[in-house]
Design a binder for this molecule. Sequence first.
Ligand SMILES: [Mg+2]
Length: 142
Amino acid sequence: MLDVDFFRRWIGTAAASVEREADRLTELDSAIGDADHGSNLQRGFRAVTAELEKAAPDTPGAVLILAGRQLISTVGGASGPLYGTLLRRTGKALGDSAEVTPAQLAEALGEGVAAVAQLGGAKAGDKTMIDALEPAVAALGT
Ligand SMILES: [Mg+2]
């Protein structure tokens, strides 16, 4: 079973990855965008980390809803709403259970990814984050 500590570690690991790779993300964004993707995500995940400490949500769903809300309100451009929607919708789908199974997480993440696809008007093969998220959900569900 996956409990609130698992979800806090998951978001913490994501935040650490963003810190580590922020310069590279910005460098990649400079080729086709406005060179702010790394710094935007860094700002967002720092806000998520601070709010997780302060609010101390006590269910898996509440951790993801809080993280999603922080990303939406602190990350500029399209990525804040996209990542934020992924986490919020997944968190809502988990409900207020204290523990969830990997299968329940896979199903909830599937709802989150569907919400991202709808928000961005993207489908598999469009060279968007959907191309990474859908196989990840499928792998988690097997
Ligand atoms: Mg940008």
